[in-house]
Design a binder for this molecule. Sequence first.
Ligand code: HAM
Length: 418
Amino acid sequence: MNALSAPRGMHDLVAPGSEIRQRLEHTLIELAHNYGFFPIRTPLAEQLELFKRSVGETTDIVEKEMYLLQQEGSRQLALRPENTAGCVRALLQHSLPLPQKLYYLGPMFRYERPQAGRYRQFHQFGVEFFGGEAPVADCEIIALCCAIWNRLGMNPRLEINYLGSREERRAFNRKLVAFLQRHEDRLDSDSRKRLGRNPLRVLDSKHPDTLALLDHAPNLHDFLQPQSRAAFEELQQGLNRLGIAYTINPRLVRGLDYYNDLVFEWTSEHLGAQAAVCAGGRYDQLCADLGGGGAPATGFALGLERLGLILESGGLLSPPPQADAVLVWANQGDAFDKLDLLTQLRAALPRMRVVGVTGNMHKQLNKADKLGARLALIVGASERESGQVTLKYLREEKEQTTIPLATLASHFQPEPAD
Ligand code: HAM
């Protein structure tokens, strides 16, 4: 029998990677909180219909990448490939009042060809800001991205584009299709398929022949009406005022259909072909498209695996210590005596990871050091006799001290503020 393994493109995460991820998640949650966002949790599966009507029936995601669930008798369910649609569905289903600033963290599923930075189960941290008007809300979520990069010591590049309204895009689409049809023989095979189904996505091609042709294609920005031009200008001024650097990429179109006006992507040279670590934009029509009242909306999602790859290649990830404090004891008593002592120490030091190791006391001290612990909690024969514990600081220039076990908790409590 073949050994069982995780499905292709889906991965286990074990320590220290799992702990590094968890710390990253805490940082993201803290910053989202700081920016006034609240957590939302939506199901991992939604009706397939939801993604058809939001992400778009002719997108690669819905056409080729959905995980469909077999169910008898009821509507077809799909594992979520992204969570903007789910958030809009929840907003409408629960008639949540506006504004709503939501964030989420969790797995998404796309049946893609796996490669570095591209997986079939991956994890996103995302924010959705409902009821936030352009361009201030857009600038606010982009500022949140900047706060994340600053906190993590990263420096990705921001590209933005302005798609305008549906009418403007339709006018552009007509001209683009006419142009591409005239030069269909110069298109790569993927772009030829896209031309029939979703012509805007041809702009996304990486094929050199198609790219050369696109240099002469109509430009989306020429189809923007004065109102959209002014709004785009205002957005750029907003970013400038916040000191956020960006480049305008008129070919940035994104693989999801719900966007209007602003779209953006943060890319990093550490990621190779899958360069986008974070992406988003405005989607003012989506609530109405899904049967609700209109609501201005903007958001982004960042891929945690790609974030990890960037941090790793930049040497920005330090594995956390495997223990904060280690019990070093004189081996009196049995395993339950040791567990009893550990239980007391853990109750006294609830914010620390307190572990026990084996061997003689010298070996135990060595192991404590290897685990990266700050503190050795020594209970030798004399401490045990007197109900005390000796605190030996392994990383700080601090005197070793012996204190009653009963005062351990208060010893590590922060001094009350004046
Ligand atoms: P997206 O561009 O499809 O947008 O995905 C956002 C991020 O998720 C990407 O930049 C990338 O870091 C990560 N990602 C996407 N696919 C994969 C994959 N197969 N493997 C690993 N990482 C991946 C959205 O999902 C939109 N819902 C973003 C949004 C929120 N727009 C408005 N609000």
